[in-house]
Design a protein around this ligand. Structure first.
Ligand code: ATP
Ligand code: ZN
Ligand code: MG
Length: 501
């Protein structure tokens, strides 16, 4: 893809320099670029008093701004040594990047820090912010990438997610076709939570929920040798900057603010207002809390990776098999909320595995075996597995590492179950109740986690306990009499609950 960078700048010198001197410098500089086969050069220049105006044109190998900063350094060294002339500062007067797209945009595209002029597949990006600091940070490259990505997304939007069936269970006759959430509400096992998408589980519902957790631990995690860790469920933005969650789903995050201070003096007016008005003084609160720098856990794996950042894992610990069941996930589901299965606050067990590619491929087989055992022999539900490609792999543009490990190695398997209350098994939408991913080196790279030698991969499998409960109850009902033997080993009788008048 052709890419051209065109930059015009003024370099301010501490005192005037002669044309001869400057001419020599530029000649030498250009000669060096040619020698190094860099497709860039200073095309035009002139000196007016203390001002040296130059125009740089470059191709894809190096960026014009990079050439400019490089030239400035060389110039400063040479002029300083020979003529005691200093280089004061550089002002970029104009910086334009032209490049071409693979497809024409379907809708207008905008980008921060620049004006875009798009004609067919040709893009002119004229930078508005051209401060030295801006250029030094190499934002330009990311801006180009982002423009290309935004156009690609326009084509991708509305397209269905990739989905390929890989296995399905036998058909199972459900004992009923009611929505378990509705029924639990009627029976008083469950109460709508105090804020959106939250629930209060009374003893009966809590007992079922905890049975799910015990099954996951006893039947899957213990037999496979997973070790428990306990993590915080407040995640600082630094972590999500590394994993991509902050740009991936900023609209789903529950943001966390800290107080600016715990000094009572600073809170005095706030307290006064609360005492007098019996309302929350929101304007005053804005002054006493900081802007969020963290959010509530979205998935547990990022913090697990973070805890190992920059570390080398000993061979004897590989594959590393750990899980967290402490952090609670918060997601702003908005219009999608429904029942206990799509909530804003949920409880997952997240097993994470880090190891050699072959170890993880082997582990996935074992995990699937254990999962089949739970869903076939303990829950006895109707379910299926499908190969799907999650957004973060799609965005990274790599769907597999086919060359080495074959198709269908890196990626995600969704586990889905029929919810009879949504309609018949053929035409209704099944519920994803958990997933299982091998993510290659994406996260170990992002957190610089290493093996003693060779490649290291990682992956995770999010066990959604509310979802386990939702699919089990949707097919098996609320009456323990109707529950399969295997499940009754974990929960045979429900607690009495609370009699409410
Ligand atoms: P969905 O497509 O249903 O929104 P997702 O792709 O966002 O799911 P993941 O990020 O892959 O889900 O999370 C893994 C698991 O976490 C899911 O399989 C599910 O068990 C659970 N989960 C995700 N979102 C919710 C939610 N809002 N309520 C309850 N459980 C959830
Ligand atoms: Zn994960
Ligand atoms: Mg989701």
């Amino acid at each position: 893809m052709g890419m051209k960078f065109h930059l015009s700048a003024t370099i301010k010198l501490s005192k005037p320099a002669s044309k001869e001197v400057i001419s020599k410098e530029i000649e030498n500089f250009n000669a060096q670029l040619t020698e190094k086969q860099v497709d860039a050069r200073i095309e035009k220049w002139d000196v007016l008093e203390n001002n040296l105006n130059i125009e740089i044109v470059s191709g894809t190998k190096r960026r014009a701004h990079d050439i400019l900063l490089n030239f400035r350094n060389i110039l400063s060294k040479n002029l300083g040594k020979k003529y005691k002339i200093g280089v004061r500062k550089i002002d970029v007067n104009f910086y334009e990047v032209t490049f071409s797209l693979e497809k024409e945009p379907l809708q207008p595209v905008t980008i921060p820090f620049a004006d875009l002029e798009i004609d067919g597949k040709n893009v002119r990006m004229i930078l508005k912010d051209t401060s030295e600091e801006f250029l030094r940070k190499n934002y330009v490259d990311r801006m180009i990438k982002r423009v290309i990505e935004k156009v690609e997304n326009q084509y991708y939007e509305g397209k269905k997610e990739f989905w390929k069936l890989i296995w399905k269970s036998e058909e199972k006759e459900p004992v009923w076709n009611k929505d378990p959430t509705e029924e639990m509400l009627k029976r008083g096992w469950l109460v709508q939570g105090p804020t959106k998408g939250k629930w209060f589980y009374r003893p009966q519902a809590a007992a079922i929920f905890r049975a799910m957790e015990r099954i996951a631990i006893e039947e899957i995690l213990k037999p496979l040798g997973f070790q428990e860790v306990i993590e915080s469920h407040i995640v600082p933005f630094e972590i999500w900057l590394r994993t991509g969650h902050l740009e991936g789903m900023p609209g789903e995050i529950y943001y966390v603010c800290e107080p600016k201070t715990r000094d009572v003096k600073e809170w005095e007016r706030f307290i006064d207002l609360v005492k007098i008005t019996r309302e929350v003084p929101e304007e005053e609160l804005k002054k006493t809390v900081s802007v969020p720098r963290a959010g509530i856990c979205y998935a547990q794996c990022p913090v697990i990776y973070w805890s190992l950042r920059g570390r080398t894992i000993a061979d004897e610990s590989l594959p590393l098999l750990i899980f967290d069941r402490t952090a609670i996930s918060g997601r702003y589901e908005s219009g999608g909320r429904h029942g206990i299965e799509r909530v804003d606050e949920f409880h997952r067990i997240e097993p994470v595995y880090i190891g050699k590619p072959e170890q993880l491929i082997e582990l996935r087989k074992k995990l699937i075996e254990r999962y089949k055992h739970v869903f076939n022999d303990i829950f006895e539900i109707e379910w299926r597995m499908a190969w799907v490609t999650p957004w973060y792999l799609q965005q990274a543009g790599k769907t597999d590492v086919g060359e080495h490990y074959g198709e269908g190695v890196i990626g995600t398997i969704d586990f889905e179950a029929w919810l009879p209350y949504r309609g018949d098994r053929k035409n209704s939408k099944w519920l994803e109740f958990q997933n299982l991913s091998i993510l290659g080196d994406k996260y170990v790279k992002a957190f610089n986690i290493k093996a003693q030698k060779g490649e290291l991969w990682s992956g995770c499998t999010g066990i959604g306990l509310e979802r386990w409960m939702a699919v089990f109850l949707a097919q098996k009902g609320l009456d323990p009499e109707n529950w399969p033997e295997g499940f009754r080993k974990y929960l045979d009788k429900l607690p009495e609950g609370i009699k409410i008048l």
